[in-house]
Design a protein around this ligand. Structure first.
Ligand code: GAR
Length: 196
């Protein structure tokens, strides 16, 4: 059974989708939900589900990212994590941290990568006049929002869409895509999954 740690900074709806998927004959189980913010809504949701949680406040490290990551690494190692899922974790990780988890760390990003790395993806897709948008799960490598793509789900852009409305429809697909990719990944299957 693989042990999965989930890192988040916010409300944790993707964490909930991942955690709820890891039951029955699923080859993995959640071992830890970890945040850079002790007040993150996702931590409370994890606790309510009986999942171990930890928080390491990045602000205590005054911009020293590797010192922050050294602290982040401790609960991950203590929990015996085999796979790390970034799920709305809004800190950029250094090459050193990423290389320690390379091949074992996934991220979900709210765009059809390689389009719209970084922030404000929904607004950027609308401003570009795109007819479709979506989300991507990829392996994390040293470059931001890069690395082998493991799955994508597409969402049509509708007439009169707002960034908020589009984001909400993409999020519904995130909750389908991430659990589906994690399950395959935990089974050793890294072929790309397309959901429409
Ligand atoms: C999700 O839309 C996720 O794709 C995005 O943050 C949101 C977290 O929501 N991630 C990024 O933008 C990473 N660059 P959640 O806390 O409800 O899962």
């Amino acid at each position: 059974m693989k042990r999965v740690a989930i890192l988040l900074s916010g409300g944790g709806s993707n964490m909930v989708a991942l955690a709820e998927s890891m039951t029955g004959d699923h080859p993995a189980r959640p071992c830890l939900v970890l945040s850079n913010d002790a007040g993150a809504g996702g931590l409370a949701k994890a606790r309510a589900r009986g999942i171990a949680t930890a928080a390491v406040d990045h602000r205590a490290f005054g911009g020293n990212r590797s010192a922050f990551e050294d602290e982040l690494m401790k609960p991950l190692l203590e929990a015996g994590a085999d796979i790390v899922c970034l799920a709305g974790f809004m800190r950029v990780l250094t090459d050193g941290f990423v290389s320690r988890w390379q091949g074992r760390m996934l991220n979900i990003h709210p765009s059809l990568l390689p389009k719209y790395k970084g922030l404000h993806t929904h607004l950027r897709a609308l401003e570009a006049g795109d007819s479709e948008h979506g989300c991507t799960v990829h392996e994390v490598t040293a470059r931001l929002d890069d690395g082998p793509i493991l799955g994508q789900a597409r969402v049509p852009v509708l007439e009169g869409d707002t960034p908020e409305g589009l984001a909400a429809r993409v999020l519904v697909q995130e909750h389908r895509l991430y659990p589906a990719v994690l399950r395959r990944f935990a089974e050793g299957d890294r072929r790309m999954l397309r959901l429409d």
